[in-house]
Structure formats: C-alpha cells, structure tokens
Design a binder for this molecule. Structure first.
Ligand code: SF4
Length: 700
C-alpha cells in the first residue's frame, strides 16, 4: 500500500458524460488516507473546472456502506464458494435451457475494459446476445438516429464547438445542472442560447430565448424549422446535392408543418417560433445540444432525426461551431457503445450481420458467437418476469430503481431463479433481490478507460487499494469465463491487455474503414497506457493523434457515402393524459445528485441541497388540489405511486409536474419516480419513455 501514499493521480470524474479530468491527491495522515480532489487543468473536457458533484468526490470515499465480502443467500462467503456457485448455476442453466436463458445487464458506470470482457463472454463465447446496459435508458435513441442519418453511431462535434458556436440550441436539457461544466464553457464563451424545454429551469433562466413547448412536441418543432428554412430559402443547396440523400421526402413531410400548425402543436406563439427560426436561419455557427429530454421518449429516434435534418439542410455539420450534438448522461455510455454493450450491437460498433459474426469468430477464435441481437432492457426484464431468462448478472447498476414500472421489475427479479449483483455498495433496491452479491471496486480503485460525449477516451486511474475483498469487474468476469471453460481467451493480467484487444478489433480486417477505429492504440505498452493522454476517436493511421470533429470532408458511413435525411411524422407520447390521470409528470436530475444516490448521497454537503423528493407544481394546480408548499403529496399512475414534498413554483406550467429521479425504496418508501412509468419504448431504439408520465395528484 506504500505505493498509494502521497501521490497525485490524474483520473476522470465518475458522474456525467462530460467526463471531466480530476486530479486526486492521497496523503497518509496516520489514521488513514486523506484524499483531496481538484479539477485537472490539463484535461481538455474541463481545463481544471469541476462542478459541485465533482468537487465533493473525496467525501464519497471510504468503507461506510460498502460491500466488502461476497454474500450468498444473505450469508457472507469466500470468493471461491461464490464463484463456484455462480459458474455452476450459469453452466446448468445454459445446459438445460440454452444460452438465451441467461443475461448480463451492464452500466455506463463500468469502464470500457469491464464492458469489453462482459460483452466478449456473453456474445462471443456463451453465444447469446443478451447483454444490455442502463445506457439503453440514456442515449440509445441518439445512437439509432445517428445510424439512420450517418450510417454509423458517431457524434460529429466536440466541446470546443460549444465555444466556437454563435448559437447553441439546448433541447430537452437542463445542462446548467446535468452537464454543468459544458454549460459553464458555453457561458464563458458568451454563446447565445435558446432553450427548448416544457419547464423553466436553471438553464432556461440564463437563455436568450426559452420555448416552453408542449411536452413531446419536439419533432413537430424541428419539422416546422425545416419547413421555415425551405420557405425562406435558407438551405445549403450545394451541401444537400453533394453530400446527402432523401431530402425531397423529408422536405415533403416538413411541408405539412406551417408556422400556424407548428405553433399550435408546440403550444407556443407564432412570434416565439419566428424568433427561434430566424435566429437559427441567420446563425451559421449553430450547435444543437440535446439529451434525455429528447431521447427518453417513445419517438426519441424521430426527434433526434428531426434535429439532424435541420443541420443537414443548412450544411451545419463537420465544421467548427456547428452540428447536432447528443450529450450522454453517464461517464462511459459512449465506451459501452464501442464495445457492444447494447444488445443490438456487436463489439467495435458492428451490427449483427453474418459477415460481422464471422469476423468476430475469426478474431476471437470462437465458434459460438451470438448470431442475433439480444433483448433490450425493457424486453430483457419482461423475459426475466416470464421466466425466459433464468439467470441474470447485474453489474454496477440499480434497475429496480431506474427501469420503468420499477416495482414490477423488482418483483420479476425476486422470482428469477438466479440473480447475481456485483456492486460497490451493500444495500440497494436491486441488491435486495440478489441471490449472490459480489463486492466490486469503484472510482478511485478501478483502472481503465472511459469515453465521454465528444468521443474522448480518458484514463480512469486507481489511487486507492481495493477495500475488503472487493475485486475489479473485469477480473470477476474473467473468473467466471475461466470456470465456464474459456480461460485461455480470458487470461488477462492487466486492463491494458484488454484495451489492446479492443483497439485491435476496431481495425481488424480493415474495420478501420469505419468511424470507430482506435487501431493506432492496439500496441500500447503498459507504460504508454498508464500515461495515455485524453484523445478523441478515430485514432488510426490517418489520424494518429485523434479526431476533433467528424464529417468535415462531407463523407458519411452510409453505403452511398451520403448522409440520409429521414422524413419525420411527429407522434404524440404513448402515455397520454386522461380524466383519471390528468397531469403530466416530467422527470430529471437535481444539480447535486447522481442516479440513485449510492455515491453522491454519501456526501453530506450534497444532500443538504434537498433531503427528500420534491414534486414541483404550479401554484394554480396547488390551489386546485388544496396543496400547500412543503406538504406531503402522493402521485399515482396506472402503474404505481410515489410520495414527495410539494414545491410550488411558476417554473412548472399548470397541468405539468416535475420530480427528480434519484430516490429509491432503500432511502424512502414509495419515492421511486420510475414506478409510475409504463414500460413503453421507442420502436427503433428500445429506449423507454420517461418524460411525460400521466398521473393524478393528492395531498397526504
Ligand atoms: Fe463530474 Fe460531470 Fe461535474 Fe464534470 S460536469 S465534474 S464530469 S459531474
């Protein structure tokens, strides 16, 4: 442990998809390690800044609440017994019911190396596609839309574009709270801001223009914008002719969206619309910045494509200060996409084609690579409920809190013959459903890479020893693989060996012709890996130092090499208000908390911000329902109920409420917002709808 004394390590924040660099210093004060954190001034995501969550990271360390030994059926046991049990049960289940009777459910909190070996084991050797991730709930609609438009899942922009832009259009994003450092960068650059969000937020109050649209009407808005650009002759005809296809079909759909119809559909005035449309049309350097407000929708993919259409039509892509920029929620949602963490993708961004399955078989020397996509999150947990999935391993995530219809997911897990949960904390809603609990290392202890929202791969470095008997996720996965008979292909001794394989696969058999290509990193030595500086993919022979932005040459990854316009017919949310459930509940994050608070909830100074779920409502609704500020209230939907404290605010329009996502049954009974959501999904991405939940409200 001496090697951990008085050291400064450059690592990456484990919270949001901004992926800020963190400098952690460990000093030995006799009674234990004293850790201090500061922003890493050399990291290009944040240049030394940290938000309030990142600044409090040191307060979240320590063994309090940690899972330190394996637990089998509630009893502590040694690793040998735990892994023996797990391997025996997985082997038996696969033998009796086939490979599709087992599943892994992963997390955007995992490092790419963990993700890579989990995906390799399930899709490469067990032979099932049943690997999905909580990133499905975060940005899978953005992935589906990029693939439709560009032929591949590739974010065109970089963070510097937010500073170079003269206008940033934030859609469905409260970036001031959810991606604070990026918002600070926009503000410092003096960029004009338009915010499109049904509710007033910390972000909208600092905007030049706020369009408080009707929940779910984003696609109509951007169809209206495309129509405006056409009518006002603000297209980039040269770009459309040379670099795109299908413009006429998209234009025909957009032609149905006059100003009058768009304004009525979006619940804003024509004057407000014109103000936005004129600004967009007149500002060459425009970035559209969007997040879960767009993605977490039953038509999230269409919403993404409606935005992308406007950028293609105006040629605002691939140039400094321009582009459609989806921002991931989690620190490694992008890394998970790269290694095949989504059930519908293979590693290295490969789709499930015969050619790709054969390619993977050659690369891994395996004859049992999965032939078909696996089940996406909502279907995966339905399959757990129906008994089709009989053994599931959940890593570093809490689906009993985060999945729609959460109480039903929890019940399904309790019925499942084998639930293994590996996590760093001992008590979560999901851990309570586990037959086997495995202690995993966490931030500060783990060593590997993550990829942030601008395709930038950064190192997460360990600076503390693993507590108790906790092991790294990749080590646990490799242990299971070995016990299942695949030891030779999982004999890694250090994450660098996994990373090298990941990088080599991205360029294997000229895969370097695709966007995700980091083949130039396939031969890193351990020393080079340890010293690896943040860089953006592709990182290949052509771009050995990485690539700041994509598509500057007007070439895309479709068969024709042209970007595709997608005609959009906007659709209403699948969950609709009714006489019984007359209010819309919107959901989102608080400034100071993260996910189900298993880490951020440990920092006292963060919890001071808000000690229980606050349900924001307009004073008119409060008067209507006889509710006073601070009073306990209950929300009910067709699926479940949630309790919280009323917070009266004009930020919410009458008829619309807002509640945070962070609370769990472990913290307070009936506090999960996800328990209210129907498990309805976007048909292209499988991403669940979370932003317009029909509910009824009553005082308690
Ligand atoms: Fe961490 Fe995100 Fe805050 Fe950066 S902006 S310090 S990555 S939570």
């Amino acid at each position: 442990s001496e090697t951990f004394r008085a050291q400064r390590s450059c690592t990456t924040c484990p919270y949001c998809g901004v992926g800020c660099g963190v400098s952690a210093t460990v000093k030995n004060r006799g009674a234990g390690d004293l850790v201090t954190v500061a922003g890493d001034e050399t990291h290009p995501a944040n240049f030394g800044r940290l938000c309030v969550k990142g600044s409090a990271l040191a307060d979240t360390l320590g063994e309090r609440g940690r899972l330190l030994r394996p637990r089998l059926h509630g009893q502590e046991c040694d690793w040998e017994s735990a892994m023996d049990f797990m391997a025996r049960e997985f082997r038996r289940t696969i033998k009796e019911h086939g490979p599709n009777s087992v599943a892994f459910y992963l997390s955007g909190q995992l490092l790419s190396e963990d993700y890579f070996v989990a995906n390799k084991l399930m899709k490469g050797f067990i032979g099932s596609g049943n690997v999905d991730t909580n990133s499905r709930l975060c940005m899978s609609s953005a992935v589906a839309a990029y693939k439709r438009a560009f032929g591949t899942d590739a974010v065109p922009c970089c963070y510097e574009d937010l500073e170079l832009a003269d206008l940033v259009v934030l859609v469905g994003s409260n970036a001031a709270w959810t991606h604070p450092i990026l918002f600070q960068r926009m503000q410092a650059a003096g960029t004009r801001l338009v915010v499109i969000d049904p509710r007033a937020s910390a972000t909208s109050t600092m905007a030049d223009l706020h369009l408080a649209i009707t929940p779910g009407s984003d696609a109509a808005l951007f169809n209206g914008l495309l129509n405006y650009l056409i009518e006002q002759n603000k297209l980039d005809g040269e770009f459309i002719r040379q670099h795109t296809q299908n413009f006429a079909a998209a234009a025909a759909e957009a032609g149905n969206w006059s100003l009058t119809r768009t304004a009525a559909s979006c619940g804003v005035t024509e004057a407000e619309l014109i103000a936005f449309f004129q600004l967009f049309a007149a500002t060459e350097k425009t970035v559209s910045f969007y997040s879960q407000g767009i993605n977490q929708s039953s038509s999230g993919t269409d919403k993404n494509n409606a935005i992308i259409n406007c950028h293609l039509a105006s040629g605002r892509i691939g140039k400094p200060g321009c582009g459609p920029f989806s921002i991931t929620g989690q620190p490694n949602a992008m890394g998970g996409r790269e290694v095949g963490g989504l059930a519908n993708m293979l590693a290295a961004h490969m789709d499930f084609t015969t050619e790709n399955v054969d390619r993977l078989s050659r690369f891994w020397r395996s004859n049992s690579v999965a032939l078909r996509p696996g089940l996406k999150a909502v279907d995966l947990f339905r399959a757990v409920e129906s008994g089709q999935i009989k053994a599931i391993w959940i890593m570093a995530t809490n689906p009993a809190v985060s999945m729609p219809d959460a109480a039903r997911v929890e019940q399904a897990l309790k019925k499942c013959p084998l639930v293994v949960v590996s996590d760093c904390v001992a008590d979560t809603d999901t851990a309570r459903c586990a037959d086997l609990l495995l202690p995993a290392t966490t931030w500060g202890e783990k060593n590997g890479t993550v990829t942030n929202s601008e395709r930038r791969i950064s190192r997460q470095r360990s600076f503390l020893p693993a507590p108790g008997e906790a092991r790294h996720d990749w080590e646990i996965i490799c242990d299971l693989a070995t016990r299942l008979g695949y030891g030779e292909q999982f004999a890694y001794r250090h994450p660098v060996e996994i990373f090298r394989e990941h990088a080599a696969l991205s360029g294997f058999e000229n895969r370097g012709s695709r966007a995700f290509d980091i083949s130039a990193l396939a031969h890193l030595s351990r020393r080079e890996y340890d010293a690896l500086q943040p860089l953006q993919w592709p990182v290949n022979r052509k771009n050995p130092h990485g690539s700041q932005r994509l598509f500057g040459d007007g070439k895309f990854y479709t068969q024709s090499g042209r970007a595709r316009f997608v005609p959009i017919q906007p659709s209403a949310p699948l969950q609709r208000r009714s006489d019984q459930f007359p209010l819309y509940l919107n959901s989102g994050r608080l400034r100071d908390q993260w996910h189900s608070m298993t880490r951020s909830g440990r920092a006292r100074r963060l919890l001071d911000h808000s000690e229980m779920p606050e349900i924001q409502l307009n004073p008119a609704d409060a008067a209507n329902y006889g509710i006073e500020d601070g009073q306990l209230v209950e929300l009910r939907s067709a699926r479940g109920r949630m309790r919280g404290r009323a917070s009266l605010t004009n930020a919410q329009k009458a008829g619309e409420l807002f509640a945070p996502i962070h609370w769990s049954e472990t913290l307070a009974q009936d506090s999960r917002i996800s328990a209210l959501a129907e498990p309805v999904i976007d048909p292209h991405s499988g991403q669940p709808e979370f932003k317009q939940l029909p509910v009824q409200l009553r005082p308690l």
